[in-house]
Ligand binder design. Sequence first.
Ligand code: PAF
Length: 278
Amino acid sequence: MDVVRTVGDLRARIGDWRGHGHGVGLVPTMGALHEGHLSLVRQSLAETNRTCVTLFVNPRQFGPGEDLSTYPRDEASDMEKVSKLGAHLLFAPTAEEMYPPGAATRVSVPGLGDELEGTHRPDFFTGVATVVAKLLLQALPDAAFFGEKDYQQLLVIRRMTADLDIPVTIRSGPTVREADGLALSSRNAYLTPGERAIAPALHRALIQVAEEVRAGGDPAAACKEATGRILEAGFQKVDYVEARDAATFKPIADASNPSRVLAAAWLGRARLIDNLAI
Ligand code: PAF
């Protein structure tokens, strides 16, 4: 597997693949790769001829006081993991390569990008939409792969690519979980052993909401009860538990259309997010 660090080299390598008639898959990541990321790489390898993984801790999606400086980084181990799987190229640019001096343009997705995660992390989705738009335009892949663990992010990226007519298919992969239900996340590394034991309570609370709503219960009441259970389990703060339409992201009154329950909560230093299909 080759590693490139400049947009010019990335384009040259992908241009070469295109010249040979290969279809291209892109798997954008911020590194600290776990099985969730690796499952997306496998999906890309299965669905396209050439897979490029990107590794870039995007400063623009971190707000003031967030964990940009401590976000887990281990490029050598990430490189080994994706290379072992058979990925063809790793694009690991510097911040200066992605945002040269003077870079000013931002891509924002108002509405969808302002709710739930957007309320609690006001810079987040503009940072994500900006970097993903850049990566897609740099690589021009046929398909790009994102995890359902970040469900709202997935919808923001789908909206952004449709609105900007970026010719790419956005594919998603299911959340990968530990045996006790905790969704894999690079930020799980922040959990102490005691917090790690508490963490699956978030997933359990979401399962209960999904079951109650499926059985005809009121979504808002089920989410409120779930908030209480998450706090009782030992989380310090719940940012939200909400049931939303899976496509429009509007609050739901019942389970008549495909929908998701989504949550974010603080456990020690870690802000954990998770979601489930209702
Ligand atoms: O989900 C992530 O890891 C990031 O938000 C992404 C999509 C790679 C953009 O930096």
